[in-house]
Design a protein around this ligand. Structure first.
Ligand code: OAD
Length: 299
């Protein structure tokens, strides 16, 4: 629907004539038309007698296609546990978070592996079972669709170890904290391999041909995340940055937004502000499965 007198009920989802910033954020305002409280005109209709200015605030309407991505843009997207929350995979922090039930030092650290590898495998076996049942949600599908449009102009970096980006169709997700359905030897340089098994006690820890123990292919606390060279290269090249569903407390991912500051606009998507919210150009508050399908307008 274009500009003109409309009732609030009929307010357009997106008015093509509305003022937009360079970032494509719609600054649409509505002016009540004279003599009829239910009639409103867009701010573009300069002839409308102005009374009280109000903003059109229907949530999905306001967010519809708000971030324009030009043909020159290179987009960096960082995802965290929140994007998989709507698929039934628990996050780490906050109510119901994994670190409320487990101490990460006891299940996700080199010390834990030395001290009690069976407990470590028990923890990752539980997580494998939960992740094996999970299906991608509209947030994952929106990012896969964006990748199909932007191709190698999109760099998708995830802290998540589940495979939901891949199941949604993303081909190039970079897993900086490893992958839940891969394992590797803790001794030799045999590379990570696909492994969907669960190893619950009293099962013996599986062994490599070299005699080493097979461990989850996960970056534990105290270890160096994977693919950092590629990731920082992509950050340097990026012109738009998004972080989705991550609390902004775990380094180095929490500092990625600082790397693009002053050079590329940065956006956060999640139900609450992350710890590093002040570093972002704008935070979109809501569930990623609700917001992402309408957030991008790629060219
Ligand atoms: P956290 O559990 O710290 O944060 C999850 C974030 O997701 C929170 O900020 C929530 O507000 C947000 N969230 C919840 N539901 C959401 C939804 N439906 N849509 C969007 N966002 C939602 O998880 P991460 O920041 O990913 O590392 O944690 C980072 C790392 O810390 C993890 O990769 C893991 C953990 O310890 C390792 O295990 C090495």
């Amino acid at each position: 629907m274009a500009c003109g007198a409309v009732t609030l009920k009929d307010a357009p989802a997106a008015c093509l004539l509305c003022v937009e910033t360079e970032l494509g954020i719609c600054l649409r305002r509505w002016l009540p038309a004279a003599g009829d409280e239910k009639q409103y005109r867009t701010c573009e209709d300069r002839r409308a007698p102005s009374q009280t200015r109000i903003r059109a605030r229907p949530r999905r309407a306001r967010l519809k296609r708000v971030i324009r991505i030009s043909r020159q843009d290179r987009v960096f997207i960082l995802t965290g546990a929140g994007i998989s929350a709507e698929s039934g995979i628990p996050t780490f922090r906050g109510a119901g978070g994994l670190w409320r039930k487990y101490r990460f030092e006891e299940v996700a650290s080199p010390h834990a592996w030395q001290h009690d590898p069976r407990l470590v495998w028990e923890f990752y076996s539980i997580r494998r079972r939960v992740a094996a049942r999970a299906k991608p949600n509209p947030g994952h599908f929106a990012l896969a669709q964006l990748e199909r449009t932007l191709e190698d102009r999109l760099f998708l970096c995830t802290q998540n170890v589940d495979s939901l980006h891949e199941l949604a169709g993303s081909k190039r997700a970079v897993h900086m904290h490893g992958e839940l359905f891969k394992s590797r030897c803790d001794r030799c340089d045999r590379g990570p391999f696909d492994d969907t098994e669960t190893y619950d006690p009293p099962t013996e820890i599986p062994r490599c041909d070299c005699g080493g123990q097979i461990r989850p292919h996960i970056c534990w606390f105290g270890e160096v995340p994977y693919h950092l060279e590629r990731i920082f290269q992509a950050l340097r090249e990026s012109t738009v940055f998004f972080a989705i569903g991550t609390s902004g407390v775990v380094e180095p991912a929490a500092s990625f937004v600082a790397h693009v500051r002053g050079r590329a606009p940065s956006f956060y998507v999640g139900p609450e502000e992350p710890a590093n919210a002040s570093a972002f150009t704008k935070c979109f508050l809501g569930k990623s499965g609700d917001l992402l399908p309408d957030l991008f307008e790629p060219r």
